[in-house]
Write a protein that binds this ligand. Structure first.
Ligand SMILES: C[S@@+](CC[C@H](N)C(=O)[O-])C[C@H]1O[C@@H](n2cnc3c(N)ncnc32)[C@H](O)[C@@H]1O
Length: 211
């Protein structure tokens, strides 16, 4: 007689750097997808963000700093800053369809994140001056993103933001933007790998520093 098949529970969550991230197969994500369809690639957590978390873990962050996550998508790096460093975090994205996913992740991680629908170029110096740290994972993937991301870095540093970190797996638009930033504003690009709870590789453009 054939043995009854064992039911194996599908793992639909990932836990790393103290936060929980849901996979696309999770029922809560599938439910959201019926109503909200992100259309500028904000449809999952991108790997570069793990490298931002790893870098911030080794660098450290003063408790209670104010963080802007630009092109936040589901908000992984911002949620990490809120959870680990008690940071006040705003997640900015051009696509409002990402916010239900960000809010779900904020809820399951027990943090609060302010959301703001806007493109990078709409940010005013006065708004940027409220932040100590600006972070962005995988936000410079098309040629037309080079200029707005460069301007975001320039405006941030001219507004008194202490540090800007932009991460990317190494696409040409990112490297071109980073070259221009280093030449005109300063900073450096570091190659960063994580191979622990998650595996990820990215280049980190790091401009400025925090006390
Ligand atoms: C590849 S996803 C990365 C999402 C998230 N940072 C992560 O690491 O999982 C890029 C995000 O940037 C947003 N985005 C693209 N262009 C933008 C712009 N000009 N202004 C603001 N957000 C933008 C997209 O809507 C998307 O959520």
């Amino acid at each position: 007689m054939a043995k009854p098949k064992k039911k194996t529970k599908k793992i639909t969550e990932r836990r790393a750097y103290g936060i929980t991230v849901l996979k696309a197969s999770d029922s809560r994500i599938r439910k959201l997808r019926k109503k909200h369809e992100p259309n500028i690639h904000g449809n999952k957590v991108w790997n570069s963000s793990w490298c931002i978390m790893d870098f911030l873990t080794s660098q450290g962050l003063p408790n209670g700093v104010s963080v802007l996550e630009a092109g936040c998508g589901w908000g992984p790096a911002g949620i990490f800053c809120a959870k680990k460093f008690d940071a006040r975090v705003t997640g900015l994205d051009a696509d409002a369809a990402v916010f239900p996913y960000l809010n779900l992740h904020a809820e399951i991680n027990g943090v609060e994140i302010t959301t703001y629908e806007a493109t990078f170029d709409k940010l005013k110096k006065k708004q940027l001056s409220e932040y100590n740290l600006v972070i962005g994972g995988d936000i410079c993937f098309w040629d037309e993103m080079k200029k707005p991301v460069y301007k975001l870095v320039e405006k941030s540093m001219n507004s008194g933001v202490g540090q800007v970190i932009i991460a990317d797996p190494g696409r040409p638009p990112f490297h071109k933007m980073a070259e221009k930033v280093i030449k005109r504003i300063g900073g450096e690009v570091k190659e960063w790998s994580v191979d622990d709870e998650v595996k990820a590789n990215a280049y980190l453009l790091i401009v400025g520093s925090l006390p």
